[in-house]
Design a protein around this ligand. Structure first.
Ligand code: CU
Length: 97
């Protein structure tokens, strides 16, 4: 009986690991964005970030001067996303959490 329980929990744990790995293909980072002076700026920043190959989702918040970006770490890096925003005129910095 105990062995059965052990087996079930092992199967459960391996399933959990597999599903975590599937989710881990995408990474989410938060960036602080400088130079945004009006509501139009967040659209410009979002478009610049979305152009980066590997970015799947970007939301830019003008009020808090931050961006939340979801990307595939196999295709791009947080640094490239920072660069894209910076090149568009809005210096971005990764917020470490
Ligand atoms: Cu603006």
């Amino acid at each position: 009986m105990n062995q059965l329980k052990l087996l079930i929990s092992m199967v459960f744990i391996s399933m959990l690991i597999l599903s975590t790995n599937a989710l881990a293909t995408n990474q989410v980072v938060k960036l602080s964005i400088e130079n945004m002076t009006c509501k139009m700026c967040d659209i410009t920043v979002r478009k610049a970030i979305e152009k980066v190959d590997g970015v799947t989702e970007a939301t830019v918040d003008y009020e808090t001067k931050t961006a939340q970006v979801t990307f595939n770490p196999e295709k791009t890096t947080a640094m490239k996303i920072e660069e894209a925003s910076t090149m568009a005129g809005y210096p971005a910095k990764l917020i470490k959490e």
